[in-house]
Design a protein around this ligand. Structure first.
Ligand SMILES: [Zn+2]
Length: 230
């Protein structure tokens, strides 16, 4: 397998998803230099971090964190773009795996089940996949927690949210998520997985749907965070 891989790698080397340089055999998706340079938040190390604060006074969240800072113009922006629009599910799996390693031994690791934030069915059909599924898969692998992508669903289509205030976004997403088999989540600690958190309103709507079930607790892990100030 190693020889075959090396042979094809000579012809068509895998390239780093961030900087485009050929990857070494021990590197996957992102080269070690880019992994080292990734602007990590380390938010998982303190509970009153900026992502957790997004939910203060809105909804009860056990733990919340994002793996890295999403900044416009940064070379790491393409990771999220390619994961969402260029069928690069491997980026989601690898970053999810790396984030999971960072979360090992923390409160996040005590969750019972990982649920990806769902897309509306039509949107998912058009895109071919939900980018939060590979993220959840990566997290599940390194945290040793199962993930299930068919329990949380989004039956209502929300209109585009790009140029709306935080308040109208919240209005827009309230009540649009539904739990398919609530009995499966009863008394469970759920880890919600998403790609980027901005206002937190989508995650808040997901958490609201989950917390309607008896005995549930919710934690939140996103690959990236896009906040104006840090
Ligand atoms: Zn690189």
């Amino acid at each position: 397998m190693g020889l075959v891989h090396d042979f094809f790698n000579l012809l068509l080397p895998d390239l780093c998803a961030t900087c485009g340089t050929p990857l070494f055999r021990n590197e996957k998706v992102i080269c070690l230099k880019c992994q080292y340079d990734l602007p990590r938040t380390r938010f998982d190390s303190y509970t009153d971090n900026p992502v957790a604060r997004l939910f203060w006074g809105r909804i009860r969240i056990e733990n919340a964190s994002s793996y890295f800072r999403y900044q416009k113009g940064s070379r790491f922006q393409s990771l999220i773009h390619d994961l969402k629009y260029k069928d690069r599910k491997d980026i989601g799996r690898e970053l999810g795996r790396l984030m999971g390693i960072e979360l090992q031994g923390s409160g996040f690791a005590r969750a019972d089940i990982i649920l990806p934030v769902p897309l509306h069915r039509i949107k998912q059909l058009r895109r071919g996949y939900n980018q939060c599924d590979p993220i959840s898969e990566g997290l599940a692998g390194s945290l040793g927690i199962p993930f299930q992508s068919d329990l949380l669903e989004k039956p209502v289509r929300s209109t585009t949210q790009t140029r709306k205030s935080r308040y109208s976004r919240w209005e827009n997403v309230d009540g649009i998520f539904r739990i398919k088999h609530p009995e499966k989540l009863c008394e469970r600690h759920i880890l919600l997985a998403d790609d980027v958190v901005t206002t937190g309103s989508t995650l808040e709507a997901c958490a609201t749907a989950i917390l309607g079930i008896d005995g549930t607790r919710v934690s939140i892990a996103t690959l990236a965070v896009a906040l104006k100030s840090f």
